[in-house]
Write a protein that binds this ligand. Structure first.
Ligand code: MD3
Ligand code: FE
Length: 217
């Protein structure tokens, strides 16, 4: 099988309740339009390197945010949401209309997302198994959009040691985590270099945007 065929035909295991995967939810044109918005956001709110609380160890993923709140992480104050960029001190750029529309269409939640966390994976970057628990509104889903290179995604249980399933996420895929799956462990094992493209302003690799409701409406 060719690399292209494999990219489109790779199997997805049966997904647990509360996990919805929309393969190629965004077509090429929509991906390009969204990436233009991301370029503009990153011009005003450059990617920063988050650090682990206490140890100060750097993430290999670099991040920025869009919307009234953004997820940040540093040695001193740990993981939290802030209204401004940690380095520029400026408010995060407004959430693009297309992201608000995507949330309204798919999330089934009575309030808009407050944070759009933008993760950039250069080749070699990964994200260890973790849970997303810094939001007060844990009743809201997380909507994740993948752009650029494909990546190996791992989804576990509610405890770190439970078995995991793995599948690939490709450009244009939208993954929704809700209800019983909202607190599952998950991570990105690796990206597949050369499987997708990002604008030159961003460089090689993968972008993931997660839309999050932080406060109870
Ligand atoms: C499963 N991002 O930003 S998105 C994150 O591809 C994060 O950059 C990964 O994990 C990425 O926190 C994965 C898919 C995702 C997001 C949230 C989840 C999967 C999830 C929450 C619960 C279970
Ligand atoms: Fe996460």
């Amino acid at each position: 099988m060719s690399a292209r065929a494999r990219l489109f035909d790779d199997p997805v295991p049966e997904l647990p309740a509360g996990v919805r995967l929309y393969r190629r939810c965004l077509n090429e044109q929509e991906q390009a339009a969204l990436l233009e918005e991301v370029v503009e956001i990153l011009r005003r709110a450059p990617l920063f390197t988050p650090r682990m609380p206490r140890t100060g160890r750097a993430f290999s993923v670099r991040m920025s945010n869009t919307g009234p709140l953004g997820w940040v992480a540093d040695r001193e104050k740990g993981y939290r949401y802030e209204p401004a960029h940690p380095e520029t001190g400026r408010p995060w750029p407004a959430m693009p209309k297309m992201l608000l529309e995507l949330w309204a269409e798919l999330a089934g939640y009575p309030a808009p997302p407050e944070a759009g966390l933008i993760n950039h994976y250069a080749p070699g970057a990964k994200m260890g198994l973790h849970i997303d628990i810094d939001e007060e509104a844990l009743d809201a889903p997380i909507v994740s959009i993948s752009l650029g290179c494909s990546a190996r995604f791992r989804l576990g249980g509610l405890k770190r040691r439970e078995p995991t399933i793995s599948f690939d996420l490709h450009a244009g895929d939208v993954l929704i985590l809700e209800g019983p799956s909202r607190l599952r462990y998950h991570g990105i094992d690796r990206i597949y270099p050369g499987t997708g493209s990002l604008p030159s302003e961003i460089g090689e690799g993968r972008i993931n945007i997660t839309l999050r409701r932080v406060a109870h409406p």
